[in-house]
Ligand binder design. Structure first.
Ligand code: 1GP
Length: 240
């Protein structure tokens, strides 16, 4: 499958909103794959993201192989580390943490990943990753040793997203962090969207239908939800 990005662009052109479920191998039991993917396949979910901040080496590889057996949806790696790259997936968000100032997460890990990527057929999608403060310290903040951008610093968030676009990134991911107390605000999503020509992904702390609708109405092209599905699989049915 080599058309993930093109089909995202197509969906945006036809005003179809996209929803990714995030599966964090660290919080997911592989025995639950068949049941969970059954729910995913019967829901409005369009993409499956797999990744986490602190996943043990090898775990993602095995889990993605299982997921691929249970779904036709595109499976995209959203890696917290180079060790999470596996050829079993269809695509990879090639992330650069542009809200932070840690060279390892801006370019270091990316360079480190190339020898692995050469051996895969993954569709690589360059993505500018922007962590926005949400009221509590997130795993991304802890693992990367970077600070999120303050949610009041809207101009800085906009400028960071635009800089990512001008650097040639193909998507921007506005992230409040997994399990965030508050999702990225509607005001931030709106202002960033106005400046961008590239797709905008929004995630972190979205736990109900209303917050999902707000994110879409504000301009998110794709929303990512992890925790709400992990905690209660009935949430899939609520979204139908
Ligand atoms: C985290 O944006 C994703 O990287 C999803 O966040 O787990 O809070 O839904 P939640």
């Amino acid at each position: 499958m080599k058309n993930i990005y093109q089909s995202i662009l197509k969906s945006i052109a036809t005003k179809e909103k996209l929803l990714a479920v995030l599966i964090d191998p660290d919080k997911f039991s592989i025995e639950n794959t068949k049941f969970f993917l059954g729910k995913v396949n019967a829901s409005i979910v369009t993409h499956i993201f797999v990744g986490g901040s602190t996943v043990e080496e090898g775990v993602t590889h095995i889990l993605v192989a299982e997921i691929k057996k249970q779904t036709k949806l595109p499976v995209i790696l959203f890696p917290g580390d180079v060790t999470q790259i596996t050829n079993h997936a269809d695509g990879l968000l090639f992330l650069s943490l542009i809200s932070g100032r840690n060279p390892d997460y801006l370019i270091g890990k990316q360079v480190e990943s190339i020898s692995k990527l050469r051996k895969t057929k993954l569709e690589v999608i360059s993505t500018g990753y922007i962590l926005v403060e949400n009221g509590k310290k997130t795993a991304v903040q802890r693992v990367t040793g970077t600070l999120p951008i303050a949610k009041t610093a809207i101009q800085n968030i906009i400028d960071t997203a635009k800089a990512g676009e001008l650097l040639g990134m193909k998507m921007i991911y506005l992230e409040a962090g997994s399990g965030a107390k508050n999702p990225v605000s509607s005001a931030i999503i709106k202002s960033v969207k106005q400046e961008l020509q590239i797709p905008l992904i929004v995630g972190g702390g979205i736990r109900n239908k209303q917050q999902l609708a707000y994110a879409y109405d504000s301009g998110a092209d794709m929303v990512v939800i992890g925790t709400a599905f992990e905690e209660d699989e009935a949430f899939f049915d609520a979204l139908k």
